[in-house]
Write a protein of this length. Sequence first.
Length: 278
Amino acid sequence: MNEAEVEIVGVVRKQLGLMFPGETRPEIRIVAGDVHLTGVGLDRTYWYRFGDLNDKRVSLRSTDEIGDDGWYFLMLGHDVDTTKLSQNEELIFETIALMSPMEISFNRLVYSSEYRANIRMVDTFSEGRVFLTGDAAHPTGGQGLNSSVQDSFNLCWKLALVEKGLADKSLLDTYNQERLPVITEMLEMNTSILKRARTTGVMDAGLPTLLYMLGIYCHFSSILNGFATPMERKPMNTYKILDESELEAGDRAPDAPKLLHVQPGESDSVTLFSLYRP
C-alpha cells in the first residue's frame, strides 16, 4: 500500500474516540535517516545543505549517537520518488554523493524512512484519566521534540503534586488549557512556513524567533484565577517577546542572573534558567 494512503497510527487516541482534525499533505515528502560515512572536508561542527527545494536538496548533520562517522540526512525535492528512495540503500548513497561537492565514502545505512507532512492535532489533550503528549496529540514536523518535551514538562509536575495529595485533581485540567492554545498557534506558524518554503524554495526563509519556544505564555490558564481579571485573561497570542518592564500574570518568568550557590564550596554564580535546566 502506498504510504500516502496509510492512516496515521494513534492507538490510544483512537481508543479514546478523540477527533483528529487537519490535513495530510501528500505532495510534501522527505526521506530521513542515519548513515555512516566520511568525506574529505566534512566538518562535524557544521550542518550541510546541498541543492534547493525547487529541484532537489540533501541535508547532512553529524550525530554522535551512532558513532564518530554518523550523519543524519534529509532528502527532498519536487521530482524525488521518496518512496523508492527510502527503500534503496544504494540509491541513497548515490544521491548523497551526487549532490555533495565533496568526495564521500559510505560505510553503511543505519535506517531510512519516508516522512509526509501531517497538519493535525487532537481537539483535547486529555480524556478522563488519560493524557496525550507529543506525537500522540500533534505530529508536528520540525517542532516535534521541543513541543513534546514541553508537553511533558507542563504535565509532570502537576501529576506529581496531585499524586502526593498536595494539589486538587482539578490542577490537571490546566494541562489542556495551557498546551492546546500553544500547539494550535505553533501548527499555524509551521503551516505558514511550509507554504512559504514551497513558494520560495528556501526552507528557513523568515523563520520567526518565536519558534525557539522561549516565549510561551499562559494568560488563559485557570491557575491565574485570583491573580488576573477575566478581561486580562482573555485568550491572546501564546508566543510573544518578553517585556520585562511590564510583566503580568501568566507571563514566562524572566531569567534572574548572577544567583549564588548556597552549598559550601559552590560560589560560582548561576541563573534561574540554568537551575531549571532538564
